[in-house]
Every structure is written in structure tokens, then in C-alpha cells.
Write a protein of this length. Structure first.
Length: 260
């Protein structure tokens, strides 16, 4: 069949239009080359089911842990240095001498350091002035205890001295010790046993005790020991084992109570 020129042109235009439309379609190869191969479809893996979420009031395992807190125990650890024990010296006669071990044992129990316990047998007040002065001059004492006086009464009897003259010596010697001891904040004088007639201590001792207690803090040994004959040896002055313990207890307790 023959086509007219007009019909042939119309067919040709239609074919060209179809070709252009095919090239412009999505996925079509660009340009006029050989037909491109179609890409293989990509396989899609099915999604894995996720774990069920925790209830809103349950603790989350992904919450950040709080910073750790360190608690330091103070048991056995002292943040404040312990105060040093206060220092005390005791100067006396044979009563101090025989009670020395008890004094050394008991003072630390009440927070005091007995730096010196110096007892010398047979010594009157005047004979111990130098020793008291030595200790005071160290400047290292919080308290000093003077336990003297019984031998002053003994010397009056043994030597036959005039009582008034002997008293003036004892009084002057005691004043000297007390004046020297003023450099120490706490001064204690231990009285004599005026419960015995030995060396006329019942009169001379009472006189001495009543006088010295006005010039120093006073440990009243006569009142403390009254009625306790078992604290003394046969002379009523020197001490038994129990007497040494009681004499020391009176001194230590007086220091603890009156010297802080």
C-alpha cells in the first residue's frame, strides 16, 4: 500500500515522539546508545522486633551511676591533738618518800605528769628550800605540792629548842618556799598529822596546819586520816602500806580538784 507524502510525514513524526517519550521515562538509559541493563532489585531484610521497653517506674540500666561518696570514719583518728598532761612536782619528807610509787601510779590516771616526786627522810621545811627553788626555776610546772612540817616538830623535841624560836624558823622557811612557789600557778601544802601526840604534833601540828592553810591550797591529812590507825606505823606518823596509798590518794585528788 502506498502512502501519500502527507501521511508519511505524520507517521514519521508520531514514531519520533514515541522515542523521545521513552527516553525521558524514569529508569531509562540516558542518550541514544544501546539499551541499559536493568539493575537487580535490592533485597530488603525484615526488621528484627525490638525488646519491650521497661515500665516507666522501673530503674533504667542506662542511667548514669551517681558519683561515689567516700565516708571517712573518725574512730581511732584524732583530728585535734590531745592536750599534753599538766606537770606537777612533789617535795616532801619520809612520808613522800614511802608514798612515791603510789604517787607515780596515780597522777597519770587523772591527767597529770609527776615530773618529780622528791621525798627525803628527816628533812624540816628549811632543808628543802633549795630543792623547791630548783624545780620552780625550771618554769615547767603547772602545780607544786609541798609535804613538809612533821620534822620541824621532831627537831624541837630532839634538840630541846625553844618552841617559839623554832616556830619562827619554821614560819620563815615556809614563807620563803611559798614566795618562791608563786611562779607556779597552783601551790598545795599537805598538812601534818595532828591526831598523834608524837613530837607534840597534837598541839604543834594543829598550830602549823591552821597557819599554813591560809597561804596555800591545803590538803588536810589530819582530817582525812582521822580514825584510821591502820594507815600508820606504831609511831603514829610514818605510814603503813595502806597509809601510803591513802596519802597519795589525798594528794592526787587535791591536785586534780584544786589545780584543774
Amino acid at each position: 500500500m502506498s502512502l501519500s507524502p502527507q501521511r508519511l510525514i505524520a507517521v514519521t513524526v508520531s514514531l519520533a515522539t514515541l522515542a523521545v517519550a521513552a527516553c525521558a521515562a524514569p529508569g531509562s538509559p540516558q542518550g541514544g546508545g544501546a539499551a541499559a541493563e536493568l539493575a537487580e532489585p535490592t533485597a530488603i531484610e525484615p526488621a528484627q522486633p525490638s525488646a519491650p521497653s521497661a515500665p516507666s517506674d522501673a530503674p533504667s540500666s542506662v542511667l548514669a551511676a551517681p558519683p561515689s561518696t567516700v565516708f571517712t570514719s573518725v574512730l581511732g583518728v584524732s583530728t585535734v591533738p590531745a592536750a599534753a598532761p599538766k606537770r606537777v612536782a612533789v617535795v616532801g619528807d619520809s612520808l613522800t618518800l614511802t608514798a612515791t610509787s603510789e604517787l607515780l601510779l596515780r597522777f597519770p590516771l587523772v591527767g597529770w605528769d609527776p615530773v618529780t616526786v622528791d621525798g627525803a627522810a628527816g628533812q624540816p621545811v628549811a632543808a628543802r628550800i633549795h630543792r623547791v627553788r630548783e624545780l620552780v626555776d625550771t618554769g615547767d610546772l603547772d602545780a607544786i605540792v609541798i609535804a613538809l612540817g612533821s620534822n620541824d616538830a621532831r627537831l624541837i623535841v630532839d634538840s630541846g629548842q625553844d618552841v617559839d624560836a623554832a616556830w619562827r624558823v619554821t614560819q620563815a622557811s615556809a614563807f620563803t618556799i611559798l614566795a618562791d612557789a608563786q611562779a607556779v600557778s597552783c601551790v598545795i601544802w599537805v598538812g601534818v598529822n595532828s591526831n598523834t601526840t608524837r613530837w607534840h604534833l597534837d598541839t604543834w601540828g594543829a598550830w602549823f596546819n591552821n597557819w599554813v592553810r591560809y597561804y596555800a591550797k591545803f590538803a588536810d591529812w589530819a582530817a582525812y586520816s582521822r580514825g584510821h590507825q591502820d594507815w600508820f606505823l606504831g609511831d603514829g606518823v610514818h605510814l603503813s602500806v595502806e597509809g601510803n596509798a591513802q596519802y597519795a590518794e589525798l594528794i592526787v585528788d587535791t591536785v586534780a580538784e584544786q589545780c584543774g
